[in-house]
Ligand binder design. Structure first.
Ligand SMILES: NC(=O)c1ccc[n+]([C@@H]2O[C@H](COP(=O)([O-])OP(=O)(O)OC[C@H]3O[C@@H](n4cnc5c(N)ncnc54)[C@H](O)[C@@H]3O)[C@@H](O)[C@H]2O)c1
Length: 249
């Protein structure tokens, strides 16, 4: 399960009315069925979040369907492999558009709505790749995730007085469709093991770990938290390089 799906389900379980935004409505349909099956409230909005018109429309749809917008969960990302030497210019631009520009565009229309209604909570999904280079050859993705850190802290400062809180989640090595799609059947289990063993807890993370963190950051209990990048990573960012980690075994 992906983090968008799990977070939507947890939000709905907590009583939120959820607009499920995806460019692939079939992916959102599964989420809708789970939420409605548990008597939650949700609906689908098909949009490409790299397009400004779609982002304006999705914010308007949330307001029209549910009477306002209190929480924005910016979660979409795509991956491309390679170093700067391999980087394809068009592919680089596409990654920045989908992973970073999308968060600026949704926020551009969401912030005034939230501020006008007394405040809100925006949660941007980054990655440990923003803070630690080298584990993977994913330069465009890593740079996009680094930009999300600056976007998050800057927005938190600029919109604090409007009571719009802006925080980030920094996932570690989760097992989700984004990752499983990149693994072949031959090396899948070995790579899952390696990802799991890279962090102090030695436990594989999944989409629910991100969903629970997002639910907390969205809640009134987090009313005094803004500008934070919260690692949800089994301790990965706290560790020394893997070569020093034999003691974990
Ligand atoms: N899986 C991990 O190990 C991991 C680690 C660190 C960070 N993250 C982050 O978590 C987030 C979600 O990852 P996931 O693994 O759950 O992904 P996922 O592939 O399960 O979900 C991503 C969803 O985004 C949708 N999407 C893609 N481009 C879109 C666009 N232009 N407009 C609208 N929708 C679009 C896809 O259809 C898909 O449903 C991403 O931000 C990712 O960078 C994941």
């Amino acid at each position: 399960m992906g983090t968008g799906k799990a977070t939507s389900i947890v939000f709905a379980r907590e009583g939120a009315k959820v607009l499920l935004v995806d460019r692939d409505p079939a992916a959102a349909q599964e989420t809708l069925e789970v939420i409605e099956g548990a008597r939650g409230v949700a609906s689908i909005f098909e949009a490409d979040v790299s397009k400004i018109g779609d982002c304006e429309a999705l914010v308007e749809a949330a307001v029209e369907r549910y009477g306002g917008l209190d929480i924005l969960f910016n979660n979409v990302a795509i991956i491309s492999l390679g170093s700067v030497v391999d980087a394809d210019e068009e592919e680089w631009d596409r990654i920045m558009q989908v992973n970073v520009k999308s968060m600026m565009l949704t926020s551009k229309f969401a912030v005034p709505r939230m501020a006008g209604a007394g405040g809100g909570s925006i949660i941007n999904v980054s990655s440990v790749e923003a803070f630690r280079g080298g584990a993977n050859q994913l330069i465009a993705y890593s740079v996009s995730k680094g930009a999300i850190v600056t976007l998050t802290t800057s927005m938190a400062v600029q919109h604090g007085r409007e009571n719009v809180r802006v925080n980030g989640i920094v996932p570690g090595y989760l097992y989700t469709p984004l990752i499983s799609g990149f693994l072949s059947d031959e090396d899948r289990e070995e790579i899952r093991d390696r990802r799991r063993n890279s962090a102090p807890l030695g436990v594989e993370g999944n989409a629910w770990d991100i969903a629970w963190a997002a639910a907390f950051l969205a809640s009134d209990e987090a009313r005094w938290i803004t500008g934070v990048m919260l690692p949800v990573d089994a301790g990965l960012l706290a560790t020394m390089p893997p070569a020093m980690l034999q003691y974990l075994k």
